[in-house]
Design a protein around this ligand. Structure first.
Ligand SMILES: *Cc1c(COP(=O)(O)O)cnc(C)c1O
Length: 375
């Protein structure tokens, strides 16, 4: 029998071994790590909402009103008014008919895709899609085709191929993200919407890193481009800019009702705490408020300072091989900056990188000094 210690030794030898780091402070622009205070460029807390006083107050008040847990799955007795209000508010925020929430973004994609697509269907996905989209597509049993990152020509030829093979009952789905999580670049969503419409396909877009960051009132890239309601499945997470946790999917009422009946990660999982659901609704409200606009303005000024060409606060610094990437991250850490090294399998082999993320919680000084250090 293969021993787990052999696998660990193998990972270590290839520079791929990972381990957990425990923070000795709350999440924030500065954190305590291994006895050292460091400026933190690793979180997805783009607006600093994990520590926002209004959300902390909303969370504790909701605990007083609803208790700490939900006690049952959504279809049994776990659905309370905060869940319903959250789903109505996220659907309205995204201009869709309906929405369903899940315990995480991962559970959203990995559970909903196989609930709606099966072996007679075709799924065409961008090469850089997040693991949860890939796992959902694989679990569906649909025939899959991958197109090179943002390659519209190849997407079109895959769509032609699928249209030719599909039966009258088959569904054809295109899967992509709006902001790519490890590169921080954008998908050409307007063009993808045209392509999927002209081939009678469905489109699923993951806005995990766009909610709260891009678009009018932080509604995301699809809203910025005016194609929100032309996207059949618009998903995202409350665990990034919204500062909390949980995933959502916006779609037509009929698709959402199918998911309530079929998505195993929804049906067989205890409902998120109602206090959490209540606080997420407050976070969506804050994101859409003038204060949210101000936080986005601060965030954008940090991005302009460090990487003016970047459309998002995710700024990859690609090194290539694992060892030099780890060495660079260690140097920065010693100098007081925590910037995580990202390696295979999160990114393709040979593209190991530092992934710098900026937050409205950073000060101009924080960003200035990192810039000085990166040279
Ligand atoms: C983080 C992320 C998810 C998963 O969301 P969680 O709520 O953290 O499970 C899904 N898709 C993308 C693109 C992500 O970056």
């Amino acid at each position: 029998m293969r021993q787990p210690t052999d696998e660990l030794a193998d990972l270590e030898q290839r520079g791929l071994l990972r381990s957990l780091k425990v923070l000795d402070s709350p999440q924030g622009a500065s954190i305590e790590l291994g006895g050292q205070t460091v400026v933190n460029f690793s979180s997805n807390d783009y607006l600093g909402l994990t520590q926002h006083p209004r959300l902390k107050a909303a969370f504790s008040e909701a605990i007083d009103n609803y208790g700490v847990g939900s006690g049952a799955s959504r279809l049994i007795s776990g659905t309370q008014q905060p869940h319903q209000r959250l789903e109505e508010s996220i659907a309205a925020h995204k201009g869709h008919q309906a929405a369903l929430t899940f315990s995480s973004g991962f559970a959203t994609a990995s559970g909903a895709i196989p609930a709606l697509f099966g072996k007679d269907d075709y799924i065409i996905l961008d090469k850089l899609c997040h693991a949860c989209l890939v796992d959902g597509a694989r679990a569906s049993g649909a025939t899959m085709r991958v197109f090179p990152h943002n390659d519209l020509g190849k997407l079109e030829s895959h769509l032609q191929w699928a249209t030719a093979k599909a039966s009258a009952d088959s569904r054809i789905l295109v899967l992509t993200e709006s902001v790519f999580s490890m590169d921080g670049d954008l998908a050409p969503l307007a063009e993808i919407v045209e392509l999927k419409d002209s081939h009678d396909a469905l489109l699923w877009v993951d806005e995990a890193h766009a909610l709260g960051v891009l678009g009018p009132a932080g509604r995301g890239l699809a809203a910025e481009l005016g194609v929100e309601t032309r996207i059949d499945f618009l998903m995202g997470t409350f665990s990034k800019a919204a500062g909390l946790s949980g995933g959502y999917l916006c779609a037509s009422r009929a698709w959402i009702d199918c998911l309530i009946n079929r998505a195993r990660s929804f049906i067989y999982s205890t409902a998120p705490s109602p206090a959490l659901a209540h606080t997420i609704t407050e976070a969506i409200d804050l994101i859409a408020s003038p204060e949210g606009d101000q936080l986005r303005t601060n965030l954008r000024s940090h991005i302009d300072h460090l990487a003016p060409d970047s459309p998002t606060p995710i700024i990859p610094h690609i090194v290539g091989e694992n060892e030099p990437t780890l060495a660079l991250a260690a140097d920065l850490l010693a100098a007081g900056y925590y910037v995580p090294a990202i390696r295979y399998p999160t990114v393709p082999r040979g593209s190991a990188r530092l992934r710098i993320t900026l937050s409205a919680a950073h000060s101009a000084d924080n960003v200035q000094s990192l810039r000085g250090h990166l040279g």
